[in-house]
Design a protein around this ligand. Structure first.
Ligand code: SF4
Ligand code: SF4
Length: 508
């Protein structure tokens, strides 16, 4: 679920006609002072962070004057919450609250329908409120096509003891809130609290809107950078990884950065999982051995080698990780040697300086481990491959032992890199480009690129490798980006093949 900040959610509420406090977002203490001066009344300054308990962590402060607003905003901006720096605050009019309510539309997973919930007792923890005051909380399952009718909203409110003019007034808000949730395909749209002020105004004092990941692409107007559930704004690496994933339908690549700015002494490991459950178990195994997790990655659902390669490059770009640990379900149905090829390319292109342990359990694991270990055995770091019968705990133990005993040596290794390209022959793939240097190919005896290409899209013409299909077909995905031709060429051919798979925004 992609979350919106409070100020973004409030902009949507305002657009559909639900009143919100006067105010706007500030990125500096000076801006906060300017906004407070515009409001001309006491203000509240609220940390814009996707976290609960902002008040307890000092993320909500009050100020009577612009000067005080500047000071309070300065106390919030720049603080660290869950490994990220707070860079914005919402400065808005302080309300004189007389009564608080809760109003929310959530998708009820059981019925698969949206559900409107209203509580005439506001505050946090709607489930607890429902237990303590069952007569104050009412729910209604809503037909998506029909929508929420005005009379249904009034009946819902009646069940919680709201009557008269107030019932009419709040019913209008509930109908608008449902329309908003439907329009933006929200998983949840909550106003908490919805308040009546001493002056009699009905205002959304705080809100939380989350949008279904799969619907994000239909709503560019929301400016959601990453359709992922994050509890903080996306990091640079989160965005780079999302750019890799968003237009590549082949398999899944899920990346979440979990820490930044750490030192080597803190013992962070780059984590590369495959499959949710097995990945969780593997991360636990690492933590039990005293490691911390720098990132969560899942490449599963039969991703091409190119996607695994990009995932590995992104993991390796994290400074100060002490090891690279790959481990997933252990019984994956996807052919594991594709992952092995992706890892090999990343490890050979990088100036690898940390030990690696990869558990490639599952379909074709023997071939996968052989590719991984054989094609990395000349690297100046240990790269160990394991199979399904090797437990995640055992692999974590190996990681621990390798990290503890690891000493960098400075062996020069021949990396995968573009050939001289005296006579380049190239074609586009779905996300990259393949180059064969026909000058080198002319002196290649066995031409292993041809036999290694399982989709059989290569042929020899005048004894040189060329496409056996059209360039358009190759670019549309007939070249599966399996990376086999490059690797077999490097080890058994004349090093005339190179596959370029750019990763936008990734430096180094
Ligand atoms: S294996 Fe490499 S050098 Fe040999 S023909 Fe194929 S691309 Fe050219
Ligand atoms: S040309 Fe063939 S071997 Fe090379 S990456 Fe494409 S599918 Fe794989």
């Amino acid at each position: 679920m992609a979350k919106l900040h409070e100020y973004e959610g409030k902009a949507l509420l305002k657009n559909v006609g639900i009143a919100v406090p006067e105010g706007r977002v500030a990125n500096t203490p000076e801006e906060a002072a300017t906004i407070a001066a515009e409001i001309k009344s006491p203000v509240v300054i609220k940390m814009q962070a996707w976290t609960t308990g902002r008040a307890d962590m000092g993320g909500i402060k009050f100020a009577d004057t612009p000067e005080e607003a500047q000071k309070r905003a300065g106390e919030i901006l720049g603080t660290k919450v869950k490994n990220f720096i707070v860079d914005s605050v919402l400065v808005e009019q302080k309300l004189n609250i007389e009564q608080e309510y809760y109003a929310g539309v959530i998708i009820d997973d059981k019925s698969g329908k949206p559900m409107m919930i209203f509580s005439s007792v506001g505050g946090t923890g709607i489930e607890e409120i429902a237990k303590e005051h069952p007569d104050k909380v009412a729910r209604l399952s809503i037909d998506v096509i029909e929508g929420l009718r005005d009379y249904q909203a009034r009946e819902l409110l009646r069940q919680t003891g709201i009557t008269g003019k107030l019932q009419l007034k709040i019913a209008v808000v509930l109908v608008k809130l449902f329309d908003l949730a439907k329009k933006y395909e929200a998983r949840a749209a909550e106003i908490n609290p919805l308040v009546i002020t001493e002056e009699g105004a009905l205002i959304a004092a705080d809100c939380r809107v989350t949008v279904d990941d799969s619907a994000v692409f239909r709503h560019p107007e929301l400016g959601i950078e990453i359709a992922r559930e994050l509890d903080r704004p996306p990091s640079k690496l989160d965005k780079i990884a999302w750019d890799v994933e968003k237009d590549d339908y082949r398999g899944t690549f899920y990346f979440i950065q979990m820490a930044q700015g750490f030192s080597k002494e803190e013992n962070y490991v780059g984590f590369h999982g495959a499959g949710g459950g097995g990945s969780m178990m593997s991360m636990d195994a690492l933590i039990n051995k005293g490691f911390k997790i720098a990132n969560f990655v899942d490449t599963s659902g039969n991703p091409p080698a190119s996607k695994v390669y990009r995932a590995a490059k992104i993991i390796l770009s994290q400074k100060n990780i002490v090891g690279y640990f790959g481990s997933g379900s252990g019984v994956a149905s996807q052919e594991q040697f594709h992952s092995a090829r992706g890892l090999v390319k990343a490890f050979r292109e990088e100036n690898l300086s940390i030990p690696v342990v990869i558990r490639l359990g599952g379909n074709q694991e023997d071939r996968a481990v052989e590719i991984l270990t054989e094609y990395t055995k000349d690297l100046p770091v240990p790269v160990e491959g394991y199979k399904k019968n090797d437990s995640a705990d055992f692999c974590a133990e190996r990681m621990q032992s390798l990290v503890e005993s690891f000493e960098q040596n400075s062996v020069e290794v021949e990396r995968f890199q573009p050939p001289l390209q005296e006579k380049p022959y190239s074609f586009k793939t779905l996300t990259g480009e393949i180059i064969y240097d026909h000058a080198l190919c002319a002196d290649c005896t066995d031409k292993p690129c041809i036999a290694s290409c399982e989709p059989e899209i290569l042929k020899l013409e005048n004894d040189l490798p060329v496409l056996a299909i059209s360039e358009e077909e190759a670019a549309k995905g007939k070249c599966t980006e399996c990376l086999a031709c490059e690797q077999e060429c490097h080890f058994f051919g004349n090093k005339g093949a190179y596959i370029s798979l750019p990763i936008e925004g990734l430096s180094g």
